[in-house]
Design a protein around this ligand. Structure first.
Ligand SMILES: Cc1cc2nc3c(=O)[nH]c(=O)nc-3n(C[C@H](O)[C@H](O)[C@H](O)COP(=O)(O)OP(=O)(O)OC[C@H]3O[C@@H](n4cnc5c(N)ncnc54)[C@H](O)[C@@H]3O)c2cc1C
Length: 408
């Protein structure tokens, strides 16, 4: 059977396109199937990314039109409006326009030789004797086609429909949160060089709410919640939160979208015979913040290198592709497991303890410790590097005692 393409990528999000880009640059024959008619649309992401993370991926500086703003740090608001601010000496994160960012990565992949097929939904995998041999795809209203290939990279995002068919365990549904992301105009008194984070179960149970100012005067506002209706939480944040409402009461929502975020950490196994999963499909997302772009693209890069080697050896066996898992684990698993513990600990703390914790960090002057952090993505390692500092140790013990007093 002649292969349609050596490598098929399911999904033209940032992770699928980044794998395609890297593989096309290796000279591989790669096709990306995207169910929508346009890359990046609909957009559902705040696009808050670390500058170092983008640099590591070779993507920074980005074209100016993609970057909406850059940030020197963050202000954390506790439920009762205690504040903890961290400010770095140079910008550490940026907000990107996700539609333009996704298109930029896809265009680079296309320029490098990857083929994009739009309005083409991969319905299922062709699996023979436990080996993924190809895909069943439907282009618009046409009848389904069976297309054979050497390997499938699943970058379908959070839905996990394709992944489920392989029998691999999918992401932890108990750690999914429902998110809302809005763009607003007429917000007041925005501090344009920092992002703001609002903690508290009354506004965002299971994660937090965010306010990301843009340089054009608008702002991105969003939150994620484990239970309840995210839209109602957003209304409450904008009109009732003692700090957020000062800025957002007058704001008008210009765009709004809803989507889920996976916070359970990477799935334990993301490969099988002729198959790899990258990005949200493999839950390669920071459990502390829900940020998945940098982690997912980091693994997409690893996937491309392993697939390139598999093509060279003509070996698509599960045994060979396990190198992908090994390298992703070496890169992410320590940090992801630390972040998952922190996430679970924060989720288990009542609001008054979060108030105490935030107040303690400010009193301790922890900002002058954290502003030395070099990496905001790999938070486990960053935390470990700060443990020489007595203030950091005190803060950790304090949070632990708050947690234990609430969860005896
Ligand atoms: C509200 C919200 C805010 C967020 N904010 C941030 C943030 O600030 N920073 C950050 O790093 N992360 C953030 N994230 C997470 C981030 O959006 C994801 O981690 C990231 O988009 C994952 O990229 P991906 O390529 O794996 O999947 P996606 O971006 O979801 O792309 C998957 C693509 O696959 C296509 N597709 C799916 N199924 C099929 C199929 N069967 N056939 C063909 N095509 C298919 C989809 O149409 C889509 O284009 C946020 C998420 C949400 C919901």
């Amino acid at each position: 059977m002649n292969p349609f393409s050596d490598v098929v990528v399911v999904g033209g999000g940032p992770c699928g396109s980044f794998s395609a880009l890297k593989l096309a640059r290796f000279g591989a024959d790669v096709s990306v199937f995207e169910e929508h008619g346009e890359i990046g649309v609909p957009s559902h992401c705040a696009g808050h990314l670390s500058i170092n993370g983008l640099r590591r991926l070779g993507l920074y500086p980005l074209p100016a039109k993609i970057v909406e703003n850059t940030f020197y740090g963050a202000i954390f608001h506790s439920p009762e409006c205690k504040k903890f601010s961290v400010r770095f000496s140079s910008p550490v994160t940026c907000a990107v326009n996700r539609v333009l960012f996704d298109k930029y990565v896809a265009k680079m992949a296309e320029d490098a030789g990857a083929r994009y097929l739009f309005n083409s939904r991969v319905k299922s995998l062709i699996i023979e004797n436990g080996v993924v041999k190809g895909i069943v795809v439907r282009h618009e209203k046409e009848t389904e086609k069976r297309l054979f290939n050497k390997i499938v990279i699943d970058a379908e995002g959070i839905s996990s429909r394709i992944l489920r068919q392989t029998g691999l365990s999918t992401l932890n549904r108990r750690m999914l949160v429902n998110a809302v992301e809005a763009e607003v105009e007429n917000a007041r008194d925005l501090e344009t060089d920092v992002v703001e984070v609002f903690l508290g179960k009354a506004y965002a149970p299971g994660l937090y709410a965010w306010l990301i100012p843009k340089l054009d005067g608008r702002a991105k506002v969003g939150l994620a919640a484990k239970t309840g209706n995210p839209k109602e939480f957003l209304q409450r944040l904008m009109f009732k939160h003692p700090a957020a409402s000062q800025k957002l009461r007058t704001a008008k929502i210009c765009r709004i979208s809803f989507h889920s975020i996976t916070l359970g950490g990477p799935i334990p196994k993301s490969y099988s015979n002729g198959f790899l999963a990258v990005g949200d499909a493999a839950s390669q997302v920071k459990p502390s913040t829900g940020g998945g772009v940098i982690f997912g693209m980091t693994c997409a890069d690893i996937a491309a290198k392993v697939v390139h080697e598999a093509l060279r050896r003509n070996d698509f066996s599960s045994e060979f592709l396990s190198a992908y898992q090994k390298r992703c684990d070496e890169t992410l698993s320590f940090d992801a497991s630390v972040m998952l513990r922190i996430r679970k600990m924060l989720n288990a703390m009542p609001d008054d303890k979060i108030d105490d914790g935030i107040a303690f960090c400010t009193k301790l002057g922890l900002d002058k410790v954290i502003d030395k952090v070099e990496d905001v993505d790999f938070q486990g390692m960053s935390l470990l590097r700060l443990l020489w500092n007595p203030k950091m140790v005190m803060a950790l013990f304090y949070f632990l005692s708050l947690y234990l007093s609430a969860n005896p």
